[in-house]
Design a binder for this molecule. Structure first.
Ligand SMILES: [Zn+2]
Length: 327
């Protein structure tokens, strides 16, 4: 294939002119088409997230893919709120118990996983795993284990979608889900090297009747029947190391520089937690006063509640507990 340098010059300018940063979601559109896409790159936000626990390498990488996926998918739903991806093992022998990653509409991400490393054999098994697919396989055989997409709009009803474990990796399962449930042709690539993560999502949105009529009446615009086939081919060429090392704008440029790409301002992504003392108090309230006082006595007059997502520790003594139930 010959390099079209004129197109390269035209399209490189607006993309590279944007501030390069490695924690972003960069939206892009293919002009005059129903195609929309996003590229997510996670660097510092991801490193901070996985530094909260001594995660085995394979889980670090799986969480990188899950965080990338959550950050990509929240861009496809029009809500103010949070989107999380949750993996749940249904097999008590699985080394991975569960994992979850979430992103909110402001680009705040966090993640957490629970795994077994109770004896030398289990520790050794984790040491032998090096990629996200192996951690994913720990959910059990194909068909076992459960994947959820949870959407929690602020002040609205939560929605949960169950993702079929149709493939041996998260990206293909999610693309399959988008196609089956939303009837939207979707391409998803995810990658994580344990230090950085990244991914791309491309969707062909349904045209409205009005748009279809307009496109058909406008002979010049025509319908680019070949576009989706071309984008599928181009998107499949992206390498994992490109997704984990290049800037988002560079990834878009490398893949789609022969298409007419429009890219608005990117959205910043960063690590953050939604835990609070207030939420701990609500949890204590739910335990009940008798039980809470029992725990206090067992713990010699005070207890701690620590947040697995961010490591924050909340301490409660007898006065605190009494105050919660006095209200
Ligand atoms: Zn927290």
């Amino acid at each position: 294939m010959t390099q079209d340098t004129s197109a390269a010059t035209t399209h490189n300018q607006p993309l590279s002119a944007q501030t390069p940063t490695n924690d972003v979601r960069q939206r892009f559109f293919i002009e005059d088409s129903p195609v929309r896409g996003d590229v997510v790159r996670l660097s510092r936000s991801y490193a901070t997230t996985i530094a909260q626990k001594p995660y085995p390498e394979a889980i670090k990488r799986l969480l990188g893919e899950m965080l990338t996926a959550a950050s990509l998918l929240i861009g496809t739903v029009k809500i103010d709120g949070r989107l999380s991806i949750q993996l749940q093992s249904s097999d008590s022998d699985s080394l991975l118990n569960w994992a979850m990653a979430e992103c909110d509409q402001n680009g705040i991400i966090r993640a957490l996983a629970s795994w077994k490393a109770d004896n030398d054999e289990q520790v050794q098994a984790w040491d032998n795993m090096i990629d996200a697919k192996q951690a994913f396989a720990e959910l059990g055989e194909a068909g076992k284990g459960v994947l959820f997409i949870n959407i929690q709009p602020d002040g609205g009803e939560p929605y949960q979608g169950i993702v079929e474990r149709s493939h041996d990796n998260l990206a293909d399962c999610l693309a399959h889900y988008q196609k089956q449930s939303a009837q939207i042709p979707t391409l998803i690539n995810l990658a994580s090297d344990g230090l950085q993560a990244g991914g791309v999502l491309v969707q062909m949105l349904p045209r409205t009747v009005q748009e279809t009529v307009e496109v058909e009446q406008n002979q010049d615009a025509g319908i680019d029947d070949d576009l989706w086939t071309r984008l599928t081919m181009l998107t499949s060429t992206v390498k994992d190391e490109e997704l984990t090392t290049l800037a988002a704008s560079e990834i878009i440029y490398r893949l789609y520089n022969e298409e007419s790409v429009v890219a608005p301002e990117p959205v910043s992504l960063e690590f953050g937690c939604t835990c609070s003392r207030e939420k701990c108090e609500t949890a204590i309230e739910q335990i009940g006063e008798t039980e809470a006082l029992d725990i206090l006595e067992e713990q010699n007059g005070s207890f701690e509640m620590d947040c697995g997502f961010c490591g924050e520790i909340y301490k409660f003594d007898k006065d605190d507990v009494t105050a919660i139930f006095a209200e």
